[in-house]
Design a protein around this ligand. Structure first.
Ligand code: HSE
Length: 448
């Protein structure tokens, strides 16, 4: 750093930051703040110092250097410290985290959080409290780890009418699907590795059942369309039912199964859904592998834009937390009335009446796998059912009969169809005597 600039920065008072939680994300945040302290001070206009942090267990070994930081097991010691102007909530969960965030706001502190469950489920309440107290709540790290997707949508694409967005927004699920596909590894084994690497949530069912992705999609949809946070309206499916067999069939047909969060303006409302989805292999999204995340956004003016990066992990998430901290520090010297609103749109302009479509009214192409008796006329019955419901077939694949078996796997790809019509078709197909067991349905997005 140039000596004059260094003197100038040292002459202004450092902003004091308190951290709640020094787990994976907390440690990553502290490490980034320490490692890049000079650059950060230049960007923020003044140094940022972590003076206090709360932890669950004082004796536990940490992944960061805490020298100079007063550690406590009582989070209120952090938020009650009058010198601390910014509190980073990095403990996760929604009960204590909500209480602490609201308490910090009441004390006039700015808050940064990486907690997607908290924002998705309690964000409306938290932002209302923050607006009342005229403090900032930053949540860049809550979606897609290190990718600055909140800033991109809320600010960079502010001139657009967003038409849809599609994201691989759970690193753990993407990591599991990639390892299963590329290395034939078992689901449970890969999940254990994701936990060991710090990608997975404390409760990994949030990852593999799609809940974590639904939290993130809730936030993305709110800032993309200017609607309140409505987690309860998201259709949620995880990756636990995706089999190696379906992955192989999809691959043979030129598709990959990715776990996607999809928010789209549909007819008469907004589609909000999270589920495993077939995507053509040639699309970039189909090639986003491992713990990497990607969000593809379609704006009316800009067209398609794609954001790609590490979706989980200590430093990438720390990167997003620190970016928010810097934004707050910069804003401390600006006109507080001219801040970017939390959900991108002015609070009074949130379109609470814009409906979120029930899943039955959403439209998507489908992959169907059924087990059909190997005799004439069975496929004709199946295609008649689809035809009668106006469902058009895109491709079909029938596997050869395995010796000793009476039924063969049949794969059908359909064109886009309303979910309710497909539900009906599946029920009718399953009722055919020549069909054995349930029909596997995976949604398919060509992203064209
Ligand atoms: N468990 C999350 C994931 C961490 O796997 O993406 C980042 O939010």
């Amino acid at each position: 750093m140039n000596a004059n600039l260094e003197d100038a920065l040292n002459s202004v008072q450092a902003v004091q930051l308190g951290i709640l939680g020094l787990g994976t994300v907390g440690s990553g945040t502290l490490n980034v703040l320490t490692r890049n302290a000079d650059e950060i001070a230049r960007r923020a206009g003044r140094p940022i110092r972590v003076t206090r942090a709360s932890v669950r267990d004082l004796s536990r070994a940490r992944l960061c250097d805490t020298s100079g930081v007063a550690l406590t097991t009582d989070p209120y010691e952090v938020i009650d410290d009058p010198k601390i102007r910014i509190v980073a909530e990095l403990i996760g969960g929604t009960t204590l985290a909500r209480e602490l965030v609201l308490a910090a706001i009441r004390r006039g502190k700015h808050v940064i959080t990486a907690n997607k469950a908290l924002i998705a489920c309690h964000g409306n309440e938290i932002f209302a409290a923050a607006e009342k107290k005229r403090v900032i709540v930053g949540f860049e790290a809550a979606v897609a780890g290190g990718i600055p997707i909140i800033k991109a949508i809320r600010e960079g694409l502010a001139g657009n009418r967003i038409e849809w967005l599609v994201g691989i927004i759970n690193g753990t699920s993407n990591f599991i699907l990639t390892e299963m596909r590329d290395k034939g590894r078992a689901f449970g084994d890969v999940l254990k590795e994701a936990q060991a690497r710090g990608y997975a949530e404390a409760d990994p069912t949030l990852d593999i059942e799609g809940i974590d992705a639904a939290h993130k999609l809730t936030i993305l949809a709110a800032i993309a369309f200017g609607i309140p946070l409505q987690y309860e309206c998201v259709h949620v499916e995880g990756i636990t039912k995706v089999t190696a067999q379906d992955m192989a069939f999809a691959e043979q047909l030129g598709y990959r199964i990715k776990h996607l969060g999809i928010a789209r303006r549909g007819v008469g409302g907004i589609e909000l859904r999270v589920h495993p989805t077939l995507v053509p292999v040639r699309r970039i999204v189909a090639n986003v592998d491992g713990v990497m995340n990607a969000v593809l956004v379609k704006g009316d003016a800009v067209g398609h834009t794609l954001y790609y990066g590490a979706g989980a992990g200590a430093d990438p998430t720390g990167s997003a937390v620190v970016a928010d901290i810097i934004d707050v520090v910069r804003a401390l010297t600006l006109d507080p009335k001219n801040r970017v609103p939390h959900l991108a749109f002015q609070p009074s302009s949130l379109a609470g009446s814009m409906p979120i479509l029930p899943m039955g009214q959403t439209e998507t192409a489908c992959y169907l796998r059924l087990h059909a008796e190997d005799r004439p006329g069975v496929l004709a019955d199946v295609t008649r059912i689809l035809g009668n419901l106006g469902i058009s077939i895109e491709a079909m694949l029938q596997k050869e009969l395995v010796k000793g078996e009476t039924h063969v796997p049949v794969i059908l790809l359909t064109q886009r169809v309303q979910e309710a019509a497909m539900d009906q078709a599946i029920a009718n197909i399953e009722a055919l005597p020549a069909i054995r067991g349930p029909v596997v349905r995976l949604r398919m997005e060509t992203l064209s």
